[in-house]
Design a protein around this ligand. Structure first.
Ligand SMILES: C[S@@+](CC[C@H](N)C(=O)[O-])C[C@H]1O[C@@H](n2cnc3c(N)ncnc32)[C@H](O)[C@@H]1O
Length: 306
C-alpha cells in the first residue's frame, strides 16, 4: 500500500509522489523500497537515533507480538466509537510502531481505515503487515500532513524518548491529528510499584532490551498532552495479557507467564472489562494497580470547549 501524502522531515512541507518514492522541494529523494518509504534524513541523525537503531535493528526477538489480540480488540472497542462520534479522518498511526501490531489490528477491525506504522527500524517494518502504510521515519520530525489522522498512538514507545524528544514527537503527532482526533499512549507505568522491584532483580535483565528500562507516569504524559492543548478522555491502569510466543523467548518464561497471567486475571476479576476502561474518563483510575497505563486524549474542535 502506498502512502497518500507525506511531508518532508526537514521542513514539514508536502512531498511530491514519484513512481519510486517521494521528492522534497530541495530535490531530496525519499525512496520506497519493498513497500517501505524511507523518510530518514542523515541531516537529522543524532546519537539518540543511532542508539535506538543499534538496539532495534539487532534485537533477538522478531515476528512476535508482546500481547494477545484481545488487548487490541478492547482498545479498539474504546477508540473506534470515539473516532466515529468525532467524525475524524479514518486513519491511525502507530508511532515507534515496530512490526505494527496495533496499526494492523486497527486496519483489520476497520478495513476502510488507513493504518500507518512508523518506525526507525527497517527490519521491524519489513515484518509489518504490507496492508499498512509503512514509513521509516524518525518520529521527532514531521512525516504526515496536518489534519490527516484520527488516531495517533504511542504504543510501548514513548518511554524510549528523552523528555525533550517525547515532547517533540508528541507535538509532531498532534499536528497531524484532525480536530477531534485522539492521542493514545500505552506505556509501562511508573506508578506500578512491583515494576520498580522487578527492575532491581537480576532476572529482569532477561526481559529488558536496553541497559536501562524506563517507564512513564501519567502526570508526565498528561502534562505533555495538556501543553499540546489536548483534553484527557480516559486514563486507566492495565495489566495486559502477554502472548505465549513472546514470553517463550525468555529462559524463565514459566515464571513470567505465571506473574503476568496472575496480574491479567486480577484485572479480569476486579476491573470489569469495558466498563472499567470507560470509567477512567474523569481522571486516572487504578494506575497503581496496572503494569501499563492507557491514556486517551482528544484534540479540541476549533471554537468549542472540547
Ligand atoms: C518497544 S518497541 C515497540 C514497538 C511496537 N510499538 C510494539 O509494541 O511491538 C519501541 C520502538 O520505538 C522505535 N523508536 C524509538 N525511537 C524512535 C524514533 N525516534 N522514531 C521512530 N521510531 C522510534 C524503535 O525502533 C522500536 O521499534
Amino acid at each position: 500500500m502506498s502512502a497518500a501524502a507525506l511531508v518532508s522531515p526537514m521542513t514539514g512541507h508536502p512531498l511530491m509522489g514519484l513512481p519510486t518514492g517521494f521528492q522534497a522541494e530541495d530535490g531530496t529523494l525519499y525512496p520506497t523500497t519493498n513497500g517501505i518509504t524511507d523518510l530518514l534524513d542523515v541531516r537529522l541523525a543524532d546519537a539518540a537515533m543511532q542508539a535506538e537503531l543499534d538496539v532495534f535493528e539487532t534485537i533477538p526477538i522478531e515476528k512476535v507480538c508482546y500481547f494477545r489480540s484481545v488487548l487490541f480488540q478492547r482498545i479498539l472497542g474504546l477508540v473506534l466509537p470515539l473516532m466515529r462520534a468525532a467524525g475524524v479522518p479514518p486513519a491511525c498511526v502507530e508511532i515507534g510502531g515496530g512490526e505494527g501490531y496495533l496499526a494492523g489490528a486497527f486496519h483489520h477491525a476497520a478495513p476502510d481505515h488507513t493504518g500507518y506504522v512508523c518506525d526507525l527500524s527497517i527490519r521491524a517494518l519489513g515484518n509489518a503487515d504490507p496492508a499498512l502504510v509503512r514509513l521509516r521515519a524518525d518520529v521527532r520530525f514531521p512525516y504526515l500532513p496536518p489534519n490527516s489522522l484520527g488516531l495517533a498512538a504511542f504504543w510501548v514507545s514513548l518511554h524510549h524518548f528523552s523528555s525533550d524528544d517525547a515532547r517533540r514527537s508528541l507535538d509532531v503527532a498532534v499536528s497531524s491529528l484532525a480536530p477531534g482526533g485522539l492521542l493514545l499512549a500505552f506505556e509501562p507505568n511508573d506508578d506500578f510499584l512491583p515494576r520498580h522491584q522487578f527492575s532491581r532483580m537480576r532476572i529482569s535483565r532477561q526481559v529488558y532490551f536496553d541497559d536501562e528500562e524506563k517507564s512513564l507516569n501519567w502526570r508526565t504524559i498528561d502534562a505533555l498532552a495538556r501543553a499540546a492543548e489536548l483534553r484527557l478522555r480516559h486514563c486507566v491502569g492495565v495489566n495486559p495479557p502477554y502472548s505465549l510466543p513472546f514470553l517463550r523467548h525468555f529462559r524463565l518464561w514459566p515464571l513470567f507467564l505465571i506473574a503476568t497471567e496472575t496480574l491479567y486475571r486480577f484485572d479480569r476479576l476486579f476491573k470489569h472489562d469495558s466498563r472499567w476502561w470507560r470509567a477512567g474518563e474523569s481522571g486516572p483510575l487504578g494506575l497503581g494497580t496496572g503494569s501499563y497505563l492507557l491514556g486517551v486524549w482528544q484534540k479540541p474542535f476549533s471554537g468549542t470547549g472540547l
